[in-house]
Design a protein around this ligand. Structure first.
Ligand code: UDP
Ligand code: MG
Length: 313
C-alpha cells in the first residue's frame, strides 16, 4: 500500500514569536512517529516578519509549503486556503500558537485509520484563558447547539483531522462567510471526538479580539440557523392573536356600555405590531430562501456508491 500523506494546515497572523517553535514541535511529532507529511503554513497578511521566518523554514525543509496572503483575511479564510492547497490523504488543521498540542495528532491519525472520516479535538480543559473568553465560549457553543439542525459538537474549535473525502466536499463549498467547524459537521460522514487539554498560548497575544469573535459567532449562527426569522414570525402571530382578542373585548364592552380599564388604542398597537412582525417574517422567509440558494452548498454528500459503475444492460 502506498504510504499515506498527512497534510498539516497552520494559519499564522503576526506569529513571529511562535512560528519557529511551532514548526519545531510539529516537525518533531511527525519525524518521531515516522509520519509521511507536508506542512502548509498560511501567512494571513501579518504586519510583522512572520513571512520571513516561514520563508527561511521553507528553504530548509522541502516538505514545508507557504501561502502568503496580500492582506489579513481572517483565520477561517486562511484555513480554507490551506485546506484547498493540501494534497494529503488526510488534512489536520491546527493553530500556530501551540494551544492545540501537536502531540495528539498521532492519536487522531490512529482513529482515522480505524475508519473515522473526521476526528475533532474536543477541549476538556482550557488553560490560560480569561474568564470572559471561557464564559462566552461556553455559552456560545451551547447556544449554537440549540439553534441549529446540524449536529455540532460542544467545545470544539478547528483543531481536527479530515479525510480526503471530507476535504473534497469542503473544497466544493463556495460560501464566503465561513464557519469551518459547522461546515465540517454539515458534511457528515463518520465523525468522532478526541479529548484534549487546551494549553496556554506559547507566546504573544490572542489574534482573536472581541470583534473577530463576534464575527465568528454571528457566522456560526446565521450560516447554520434560520431560527431568528422563525422567532420574528412566531412573535408576530402571537401579537396578532392577542391584539385580535383585545379588539373583540373592546368592541363588546363598547356595545354593551360597560366601562373597562383597557384603553382602546392598546389593541390597535398590539394588532398592528403583530401584522408588521408577521409581514417582516414572511419577507424574511424569502430572504432565507435566497440566502440558502446563494450559499451554493452541495445538495447532499455521498459516502459510498455500490455498483454504480457497472453496466446493467
Ligand atoms: N489567525 C489568523 N488570522 C487572523 C487571526 C488569527 O490566521 O486574522 C491565526 C492565528 O495566528 C492562530 C489561529 O489563527 O494560529 C488562532 O488564533 P488565536 O490563537 O489568536 O485565537 P485564540 O486561540 O485566542 O482563540
Ligand atoms: Mg490561540
Amino acid at each position: 500500500m502506498k504510504e499515506k500523506l498527512i497534510s498539516l494546515v497552520i494559519p499564522m497572523y503576526c506569529e513571529k514569536d511562535v512560528a519557529r517553535e511551532c514548526y519545531k514541535r510539529v516537525k518533531k511529532v511527525m519525524t518521531d512517529n515516522a509520519i509521511h507529511h507536508e506542512i502548509v503554513f498560511i501567512n494571513d497578511g501579518s504586519s510583522d516578519n512572520t513571512i520571513d521566518i516561514l520563508e527561511e523554514i521553507a528553504t530548509e525543509d522541502q516538505q514545508v509549503k507557504v501561502i502568503s496572503f496580500a492582506r489579513n483575511f481572517g483565520h477561517q479564510i486562511a484555513v480554507t486556503a490551506g485546506i484547498a492547497k493540501a494534497k494529503g490523504d488526510a488534512v489536520v488543521v491546527i493553530d500556530a500558537d501551540l494551544q492545540d498540542p501537536p502531540e495528539v495528532i498521532p492519536d487522531m491519525i490512529a482513529l482515522w485509520q480505524q475508519g473515522y472520516h473526521v476526528v475533532y479535538g474536543q477541549r476538556k480543559k482550557r488553560k490560560g484563558e480569561t474568564w470572559f473568553k471561557l464564559a462566552t465560549a461556553k455559552f456560545f457553543y451551547r447556544f449554537l447547539k440549540q439553534m441549529t439542525e446540524v449536529e455540532m459538537p460542544l467545545d470544539t474549535g478547528d483543531f481536527r483531522l479530515m479525510d480526503r473525502k471530507v476535504v473534497d466536499v469542503f473544497n466544493d463549498m463556495p460560501e464566503k462567510n465561513r464557519f469551518i467547524r459547522g461546515m465540517v459537521s454539515w458534511v457528515g460522514f463518520k465523525q468522532t471526538a478526541l479529548l484534549y487539554e487546551r494549553e496556554e498560548r506559547f507566546a504573544g497575544e490572542t489574534k482573536y479580539p472581541l470583534k473577530k469573535m463576534l464575527k465568528l459567532a454571528s457566522d456560526g449562527i446565521l450560516s447554520f440557523s434560520f431560527k431568528p426569522v422563525k422567532w420574528i414570525e412566531g412573535t408576530g402571530v402571537v401579537l396578532l392573536v392577542v391584539g385580535f382578542l383585545m379588539m373583540l373585548f373592546s368592541l363588546v364592552t363598547w356595545i354593551n356600555g360597560t366601562v373597562t380599564d383597557v384603553p382602546g388604542w392598546l389593541w390597535v398597537v398590539v394588532l398592528l405590531s403583530g401584522v408588521h412582525l408577521l409581514a417582516l417574517g414572511i419577507v424574511g422567509e424569502y430572504i432565507v430562501r435566497i440566502y440558502d440558494e446563494s450559499r451554493g452548498r452541495p445538495l447532499y454528500t455521498v459516502e459510498k456508491e455500490i455498483n454504480m459503475e457497472s453496466d446493467n444492460r
